[in-house]
Design a protein around this ligand. Structure first.
Ligand code: UDX
Length: 444
């Protein structure tokens, strides 16, 4: 069966939380043929969704949501009552933010479980979809306050910007359940998808999620360190990544050096897994170095801009104008959470530079939250407007429109002549041939 035809057995599903995980999960499960109600406590968000407005940037989500709403398989509810009362399976997709000590804050998960506990039908399954610490299945079971329902883990591996694709074309579906029957009922939801089902206990499923994100962050910190070595020895990190990534045991994905990794997951999950390990008596020092290496990468990017402005790291950047191209944590999303681009731009402003910033989504439709977070910058409506009069143009997010910029136009618009390309979008030779000073990441 291909991944677009509805499944044979229709299951009644309630999804608690309509963030990018909850909304994507609800829409895609409805697309697979199930009856889904997406529930949220945020009245404005529920009204937007009922009006067909998708409040996040996710390729394909608006179209798919319209399709399943039209088919009558997806609806939205303010609060989880009465959807939970008739649901066979309830997905918890609420946020698990970071506590001060880096551990995951389960208060939203517990609150949701406390609320839905009394409403559930006997035999219903409550599924942790949010990234939760090892042992959370027991925490949820306790918060539900009953022993005639089941708790399982079904972690998501969705990347922002490609969440719909990732949901419908997963490398695997991981299910953590205490009985084969519960695992089979959850696996049946994905009948319309041709993929591997990894069925295990809840603790293992919870570890899989943290280990996957931790490994991906480690792979990035590794290639970013190799990029720094390449710069010193005159090697080209793109050739190195190709040569290394061609080894099937390593793989070529997630080997693109950049300004450092960020987003709403890696920073939170990498710290949380260290806390979890600590609680169980293991010092996950490797992950601490992965995080430290990432922090050092931000600093390395700042120093590239300082060099481009012909200043020394000890000097302030007073009088320097920097064009910051890109503020979101990666292209294809409007998410500024833990964005390396934002972090680096803010550090340049803190050092005294005037930062003219452009981002296709962040400086386009400014929400109240975003405008506060961008207060340190002069926001520009186009890349060239940001570059005009700047001493240094720094590419921070890999938006395709930056790679398409005309080098001649950049040179004419700049007051200085420096390009710092934190995403290796440009060909160094072409940039230098245009009379510009080029610094990439790991480019000799
Ligand atoms: C990540 C995981 O990929 C996903 O499986 C998990 O469910 C949630 O966290 P996401 O944070 O949305 O997804 O983005 P991702 O595409 O993984 O990028 C994470 C960070 O790594 C970004 O800052 C990105 O710019 C950076 N990155 C990614 C690189 O620097 N180089 C790469 O080759 C890939």
């Amino acid at each position: 069966m291909n991944d677009s035809s509805p499944t044979t057995t229709t299951t009644r599903i309630a999804v608690i939380g309509t963030g990018y995980v909850g909304l994507t999960t609800g829409v895609c499960l409805a697309h697979l043929g199930h009856e889904v109600v997406c529930c949220d406590l945020d009245e404005r968000k529920v009204e937007q969704l009922r009006a067909g407005v998708v409040p996040i940037v996710e390729a394909g989500l608006p179209e798919l949501m319209a399709e399943v709403v039209e088919a009558g398989r997806l609806s939205f509810s303010l609060g989880s009552d009465p959807a939970v009362r008739t649901a066979d399976i309830v997905f918890l997709c609420v946020q698990t933010p970071q506590d001060e000590d880096g551990s995951a804050d389960l208060s939203y998960v517990k609150a949701a479980a406390n609320e839905i506990g009394p409403m559930l039908e006997p035999g219903a399954i409550v599924v942790n979809k949010s990234t939760v610490p090892v042992g959370s299945a027991q925490v949820v079971a306790h918060a539900l306050g009953r022993d005639d329902v089941h708790v399982a883990s079904n972690p998501e591996f969705l990347r922002e910007g490609t969440a719909v694709h990732d949901f419908l074309h997963p490398d695997r579906v991981v299910i953590g359940a205490e009985t084969a029957d519960v695992a089979a009922r959850i696996a049946a939801l994905y009948d319309g998808i041709d993929t591997k089902i990894v069925s295990t206990d809840t603790a293992s499923a919870e570890v899989i999620k943290y280990a996957a994100n931790g490994f991906l962050a480690m792979k990035l910190s590794f290639i970013n360190s190799v990029a720094a070595i390449c710069e010193q020895v005159g090697a080209d990190v793109l050739a190195v990544a190709d040569g290394v990534g061609s080894d099937e045991r390593i793989g070529s994905k997630f080997l693109r050096p950049g300004p450092g990794w960020g987003g709403s997951c890696f920073p939170k999950d990498s710290r949380a897994v260290i806390q979890i390990a600590n609680e169980y008596g293991y010092d996950f020092s490797l992950m601490r170095y992965v995080i430290q290496t990432n922090e050092e990468q931000f600093e390395r990017m700042v120093h590239k801009v300082i060099r481009g402005a012909r200043r020394s790291p000890e000097q302030s950047l007073d009088g320097v104008v920097v064009a910051a191209l890109g503020l979101t944590f990666k292209a294809g999303t409007d998410d500024l959470r833990d964005s390396p681009s934002l972090r680096i731009a803010n550090e340049l402003a803190r050092r005294g530079a005037r930062v003219k910033a452009y981002d296709p989504t962040a400086t386009g439709e400014l929400s109240a939250v975003q405008s506060e977070r961008l207060a340190a910058f002069d926001l520009c409506s186009s890349p060239i407007k940001a570059i005009e009069g700047a001493d240094v143009a720094v590419v921070l997010t890999e938006w395709p429109e930056f790679a398409a910029l005309d080098l001649e136009e950049i040179r004419t618009a700049l007051r200085g002549n420096a390009v710092v390309d934190c995403r290796n979008l440009f060909d160094p030779e072409k940039v230098r041939a245009a009379g510009l000073n080029y610094q990439g990441v790991g480019r000799s």
